[in-house]
Each structure stands twice: as structure tokens, then as C-alpha cells.
Design a protein around this ligand. Structure first.
Ligand code: HEM
Length: 428
């Protein structure tokens, strides 16, 4: 039983999904789905069937609908669901008990714990460190006249930032960068190396949690790291198992890494291919006395226009339900297509245009409901710092490749470029 569209004379043919052309520019296909098959059952490249929800109103409702569980045990094909949680190489039960895989009441308990440790104040205190990291990375290539913005800039920044926030010692951070690099490069590919990287990361995190627990001072010092904060929160009345703590650290790394790489990468690409918008932003940062309001609305617009998370992570119907008039059976997987919802003309004026000053912009780039992105304040801080510093220090930055030749990373959940070659006048 599907809602496969009936052929009609005046309806253009259904687009092919998950091809190379689709990866390069999925938006025309999403426009077709929104119009002709807004809740559409399809076979994914992995062979698993799932419903794609593409209209804004349906997407928002589905994200908040708790009859859609995050627990893969609810999938009608549990064998398929294992390892299909959006985390490459994640097959072992140990790392499965993280926020994006669980429902209330466990989700409520764990989210409360991590929210205590991951406060907006902690993120705000972190701003000078993000600026320092950004400048250090730029120093490495600003004199060269050319760079790959993904490899040299977007990729290293978030991993070092999250390692710092979690409290991973500096001398170990390059190991994390390598493990994360393996996950991002081979997310949908060879499993062996990815599984080994995940295992190493987990082993390291468990040991670090042990060590920090043993050395935890009685009172929190200013600027205490997040893992210590988590241990402290769990030692004060609320239970957090060691596996849960490791899974939490892991999901923070995982959820906060490739997403932010893509925010910086997709954002820089959108600016480079929209010269007028980019010039406006550049002027506001330099000539208008450093007015950052356009940067603030601009980051939100970059998230809406070509956001890092193309599809929200997996959800499974726990009972018969209807989305957008379509019946969904218990056990059916539902994928909410954030990228399609955020270009819905029923919600956004002129949705395919990039308008950095867009005000009415309640995009779904960070999700919605109880799983709304926990790291949004950190992501905004990193995105703002990275893009503003880039445009200010390298004012004549330009794309050094034909957009049609740029490769996008395959993979279901995330949307991001593999490389972003640029040229600029070398900084002296
Ligand atoms: C959840 C997007 C950065 C941590 C989510 C969700 C989205 C999202 C769409 C919800 C997924 C769903 O409902 O299926 C983004 C984007 C980011 C970003 C676009 C960057 C621009 C970060 C960062 C961190 C983070 C930097 C942390 C360091 C999390 C966590 C969750 C989450 C822990 C799960 C929350 C829960 O289930 O309660 N994110 N994220 N994210 N994000 Fe982010």
C-alpha cells in the first residue's frame, strides 16, 4: 500500500531520487514530491523502505509526534534497523543509548542531565576559544592564495571545538580528528575502518570518563569541561550509567561534527555563488561599523537555504497514524525531509532565493520538538565566527571550481561538499 503518484498527462514524470544529479541538487526533486507526493514511500539505497515527508506543515507535525518513536526496536524490519541510526559504524548496543535513539522517559532524563552541563552560558564563555581556533586555522593557509575550505577549514574547526568543550586533552585531539575523518569520509562506505574508529573513540571516551571521575574536584571550577559537568550532574541524584555517559559524549561529537562542517561548507558555498548577498554581508561586517545583525539572520537563512541536515534522523510509527492524509502502518520508518520542508512555498516567500535578511524564518534546520538540536547555540557561534572571519580576512575569496563539478558527499542524513576549492589574494 503506497501513495505512489498516479500518472497524469500534465504532471511531469517522477524524479529519480538518490542519483548523482540528486545529490548535487535535490531541490527540484523535493519540489516535485512536495507537490505531487508529499508523503511518499520509497526504497532507499540501502534497500530499506521508508516514508519521505516533504511539506513544511507535515514535517513540523511529524517531528513533534511522539507516536513516532526514535527507538529502532520499533522498526518492522529490526534487522535492517540495526546500524541505520545515522551514525556510521554504530552497530553495538553500547553506543545506541543516545538522545537521538531513545524516547521519553529515558530521553527526558538524559536530555535534562546534558542540558545542565551544556548551558548557553558555557557556550558563550567559549566564544574567544572558537575565534582563536578559527584564526589559527586561517593562519595556516591565508598566505597561500588557495585552499580547500572543507579540508583546511570547515573540517578541523568543529572537531577541535567539541573536543575542547568536552574536555579531551589537546594532545589527544588529533586522534579524534583522524577517527572523525574516517567516519565522515567513509560514512556510507567501507564499514571495517569506520567500525574500528568508532570502537577506538568509545574505548578512549570510557577511559577519559573514568579518569575524570577519579580526579573530579569537590566544587566545579570556572570553565569546567562538559564531561566533568556530566559526571557531576549524574553524581548528584540522577543516574547516568558509564555507557550512557560515553554514548552522550559520542553523540555530542557525532551530532556536532559533520553538521557544523556542512554549515561552514554549504554556507561558504552559498555565499560564493550569490555575490550580491555575499557583498552585502561583507559590507555589514566591515564598513557599517561591524553591524552583526545581518550575520545573525544570515546564518539562519543559510541553514534554511541549504542546511547541513537534509533528512532528520529515523523515526518509526508505533501505532497506525496519518501524516498529510496518508496512512502509516506501525513499524514503518518515517524520514522527515528538512531540506524539502525549508523550501516549501506554502511557508516561505520565494523559498528558492537566498535572502540573508529574511526575518520570517522559522526553519526546521535544527529539527523541532523534544529532539530539537541541543547544540544549536554552539553551531550558531561556530558558523558566525567561521564565516565572518573568512570574509573579513580574505575579502576577495572566490570559488576555484565549476559548481557543476563539485562533489557532494553521499549518505542519507547529511548534505555537504567533499571539497570546496577557493582562491584569494594571499594575506601578508
Ligand atoms: C539534534 C541539526 C550542530 C548536538 C539535532 C537535530 C537536528 C540537528 C536537525 C534533530 C534530529 C532529529 O530530530 O531527528 C544540527 C545542525 C547543526 C547541529 C544543522 C549545525 C549547524 C550540533 C552541535 C551539537 C549538536 C554543534 C553539539 C555539540 C545535537 C544533539 C541532538 C541534536 C545532542 C539530539 C537532541 C535530542 O535528541 O534530544 N541537531 N545540529 N548539534 N543535535 Fe544538532
Amino acid at each position: 500500500m503506497t501513495n505512489q503518484p498516479r500518472p497524469q498527462a500534465d504532471v511531469p514524470p517522477a524524479p529519480e531520487l538518490f542519483t548523482w544529479e540528486f545529490a548535487t541538487d535535490p531541490y527540484p526533486a523535493y519540489a516535485w514530491l512536495r507537490e505531487h507526493a508529499p508523503v511518499h514511500r520509497t526504497e532507499l539505497p540501502s534497500g530499506v523502505e521508508a516514508w519521505l515527508v516533504t511539506r513544511y506543515a507535515d514535517a513540523k507535525e511529524a517531528l513533534a509526534d511522539q507516536r513516532l518513536s526514535k527507538n529502532p526496536a520499533h522498526h518492522d524490519e529490526p534487522a535492517h534497523a540495526r546500524g541505520k541510526t545515522g551514525i556510521p559504524g554504530e552497530r553495538k548496543a553500547e553506543l545506541m543509548t543516545h538522545l537521538l535513539n531513545i524516547d521519553p522517559p529515558d530521553h527526558t532524563r538524559l536530555r535534562r542531565l546534558v542540558s545542565k552541563a551544556f548551558t548557553p552560558r558555557r557556550v558563550a564563555e567559549f566564544a574567544p576559544r572558537v575565534q582563536e581556533l578559527t584564526d589559527r586555522l586561517l593562519d595556516r593557509f591565508a598566505g597561500e592564495g588557495e585552499a580547500d575550505l572543507i579540508h583546511d577549514f570547515a573540517f578541523p574547526l568543529p572537531i577541535y571545538a567539541i573536543c575542547d568543550l568536552l574536555g579531551v586533552p589537546r594532545e589527544d585531539q588529533d586522534d579524534f580528528r583522524d577517527w572523525a575523518g574516517m567516519m565522515i569520509r567513509h560514512g556510507g562506505g567501507p564499514r571495517g575502518g569506520v567500525a574500528r574508529s568508532v570502537k577506538k573513540m568509545r574505548g578512549y571516551l570510557l577511559e577519559l570518563i573514568h579518569r575524570k571521575r577519579a580526579e573530579l574536584p569537590a566544587r566545579p571550577a570556572p570553565g569546567e569541561d562538559l564531561i566533568s559537568g556530566l559526571i557531576r550532574a549524574s553524581d548528584h541524584g540522577e543516574h547516568l550509567t558509564e555507557n550512557e555517559a560515553a554514548a552522550m559524549a559520542f553523540i555530542l561529537l557525532f551530532a556536532g561534527f559533520e553538521t557544523t562542517v556542512n554549515l561552514i561548507g554549504n554556507g561558504a558555498y552559498a555565499l560564493l555563488t550569490h555575490p550580491e548577498q555575499r557583498a552585502r554581508l561583507q559590507r555589514s561586517l566591515t564598513e557599517d561599523g561591524g553591524d552583526h545583525s545581518l550575520l545573525e539572520t544570515g546564518i539562519e537563512e543559510l541553514l534554511r537555504y541549504d542546511g547541513p541536515v537534509e533528512l532528520a534522523t529515523w523515526r518509526y510509527a508505533t501505532e497506525p497514524l496519518r501524516i498529510g492524509g496518508q496512512d502509516i502502518a506501525p513499524g514503518d520508518p518515517v524520514l522527515v525531509v528538512l531540506a524539502a520542508a525549508d523550501r516549501d512555498p506554502a511557508r516561505f516567500t520565494d523559498p528558492d532565493a537566498l535572502d540573508l535578511s529574511r526575518r520570517d524564518n522559522q526553519h526546521l534546520g535544527y529539527g523541532h520538538g523534544i529532539h530539537y538540536c541541543l547544540g544549536a547555540p554552539l553551531a550558531r557561534l561556530e558558523g558566525r565566527t567561521a564565516l565572518a572571519t573568512l570574509l573579513t580576512r580574505l575579502p576577495d575569496l572566490r570559488l576555484a571550481a565549476n559548481p557543476a563539478e563539485l562533489r557532494w558527499r553521499g549518505g542519507l542524513i547529511m548534505r555537504g561538499l567533499r571539497t570546496l576549492p577557493v582562491q584569494f589574494a594571499p594575506e601578508r
